[in-house]
Design a protein around this ligand. Sequence first.
Ligand SMILES: [Zn+2]
Length: 235
Amino acid sequence: MCVRWSEFAARISAVAFASFSLRRAPERTYDGGVVVVMSAESPQMKGAMLAEFLRWYSAHHDDTPVRVLIESDPEARSLGLDGSRAPFGLVTSEWYPATLFHRILDAGLGRFSSSERHRLMQNAADAVAVTMLRGLYSVLFALVATPDRYSRHIQRAWSQLHDTGTREVLIVRPGEAESIIRAWPAHHPYLCQMVHETTRAVFSHMRVGAVTVERERCIDDGSPECVARVRWTKP
Ligand SMILES: [Zn+2]
């Protein structure tokens, strides 16, 4: 059960499908023989962070800007991505430079207004969560997914998918939690929003009533940490 929970929790964190080795991000050799040493200065994320989102995105929106980006981005091509169809060659268990994900998200989401993007993120998080929680995962989820258990396991789940950042979900009172991300050099406003909406979508499957998430602080606003407040109506 312990091993399976670890795997499941990681999937919850990403709202994506992935395989979960415990190895850290490897060094990579790029075209031209330039070796990039992985560290906090070049943060990495697992392909699972984006793969399922991109499948949903391509099914619901014009993904031409993402395809164009991938086909013209030397780093994307050197890492085996291709623009043919979602998830564009991303391997869920592979590590990728966070900056590559930033460029993909900028290409895919930059054309939307703030409110459109927010709604898109909400819809994507909800849809991918439903997909993920079918079948076997619905059984596991019923056993382990409560706000308290989520709070206890979130860092382990996060670390399966990010090589930087610390993650906390603190239950501050019944029906309310602070969702916090610190020390995250891979921060990007769309990724930050995705994490918060994912947390909301996962909580909404915990049979805790209506769930809302409200962003309070963000690194992009000069805060040292990103904080959102999650509230649910049936603690
Ligand atoms: Zn943020």
